[in-house]
Design a binder for this molecule. Structure first.
Ligand code: ATP
Ligand code: MG
Length: 340
């Protein structure tokens, strides 16, 4: 039996009206579940009929391999999109499943940070490439490497949201504190629109007391940030946690997602449930925004006149009056790119 596809809770607006939602999956700690979460969440969105792009920003090329693409045979990918601004970004992307495409890591990606270092706009290359693809993909998931170099910075510049995959261990939590500081630096200097969506707990073992204590601590930390002027003020621990499941570790060696390799495994259930909840919130937020855009022109016709409505006006999906409404921790205003 095939795993059930996630069902958004509300009728989604048509693709033409949906802005691009760019999410970076980031944690400078290695082996925490970034790639597994990127690939399987992307696959769940694609199975729900949402046009989705995975960008493999990691020279290890694990997301590329996970989706069944051999990096040694890739001639166009992230490297080309970042280094050669004259090429068409669409030529760096390949379709791998229904509704699912990848901008793969190529073998040269390891040297890209050195090459980019002397180039103008070196932090915003990915942002520009994704902007050119905004009409094609509703969801763009960025699999970041376990480091804070220029590849990750390009990811953080291009994204509107960050998901932090982590394991609920004491030391991992300390690492997340450092990561949040980095994100705050990025918001202060290069991408003011960046928000932390939350933490996805990977390889989770709910039976351990230590794990439960760490989760409580992370939740308490996010709760304290409500109302503060920090990029994680809407962040949360995303539910459900992804349980430890050997099928998730086996699937990449077959170049398959968990939904293809083991549709009945707990890994399939958990990633599907996360996708379902994120899609439901996203659709609810878009519907709310659409409603507001219908109401505003009606008010204008009733005599309020231009200037009293939102400055962005109707017809700019993804941007609220303040360019970034937040609903249930989901950041709106993902209509493409941050202001330069
Ligand atoms: N829920 C899970 N249950 C069991 N194994 C898992 C689970 N999630 C991930 N793994 C395995 O743990 C290892 C690390 O996961 P993954 O590659 O996703 O981490 P990563 O953060 O992307 O690593 P890196 O920092 O090297 O890029 C992989 O072998 C993966 O298959
Ligand atoms: Mg990885």
């Amino acid at each position: 039996m095939d795993a059930p596809t996630p069902k958004p809770t509300q009728q989604a607006p048509s693709k033409a009206q949906r802005p691009q939602r760019v999410i970076a999956l980031m944690n400078q700690k290695g082996g925490v579940g970034k790639t597994t979460t990127t690939v399987n969440l992307a696959a769940a969105f694609a199975r729900a009929g949402r046009s989705t792009l995975v960008v493999d920003l990691d020279p290890q090329a694990h997301a590329t391999l996970h989706l069944g693409v051999d990096p040694s045979e890739v001639h166009m990918g992230v490297y080309n999109a970042l280094v050669d601004t004259s090429i068409e970004p669409a030529s760096t992307v390949r379709r791998v499943r229904d509704n699912l495409a990848i901008m793969p890591a190529v073998t040269d990606l390891a040297g890209v940070e050195t090459e980019l270092a002397s180039m103008p706009d070196r932090q915003r290359r990915l942002e520009k490439a994704l902007h050119a693809l905004a009409d094609r993909y509703e969801f763009v998931l960025l699999d970041c490497p376990p480091s804070l170099g220029l590849l990750t910075i390009n990811g953080l510049c291009a994204a509107r949201e960050v998901i932090i995959p982590m394991q609920a261990h004491y030391l991992a939590m300390q690492g997340v504190g450092k990561l949040l500081e980095t994100i705050q630096l990025v918001t202060a200097n290069i991408n003011a629109d960046l928000k932390v969506l939350g933490v996805v707990l990977c390889m989770h073992d709910n039976a351990s007391t230590h794990t439960r204590e760490v989760v409580q601590e992370v939740e308490g930390f996010f709760k304290q940030a409500r109302g503060m002027d920090v990029p994680w003020k809407h962040a949360r621990v995303v539910r459900p946690p992804v349980r430890r499941n050997i099928k998730l570790a086996e699937a990449p060696s077959y170049g398959q997602t968990i939904f293809e390799y083991a549709p009945n495994a707990s890994g399939s259930e958990d990633y599907n449930a996360i996708a379902w909840s994120l899609l439901g919130e996203w659709d609810a937020m878009l519907a709310q925004q659409e409603e507001a855009e219908v109401v505003v022109p009606a008010r204008k016709m009733a005599g309020n006149g231009p200037g009293n409505g939102p400055s962005n006006g109707p017809g700019k999906p993804g941007q609220g009056a303040d360019g970034g409404l937040a609903t249930n921790g989901v950041v709106a205003g993902a209509g493409g790119v941050a202001a330069p």
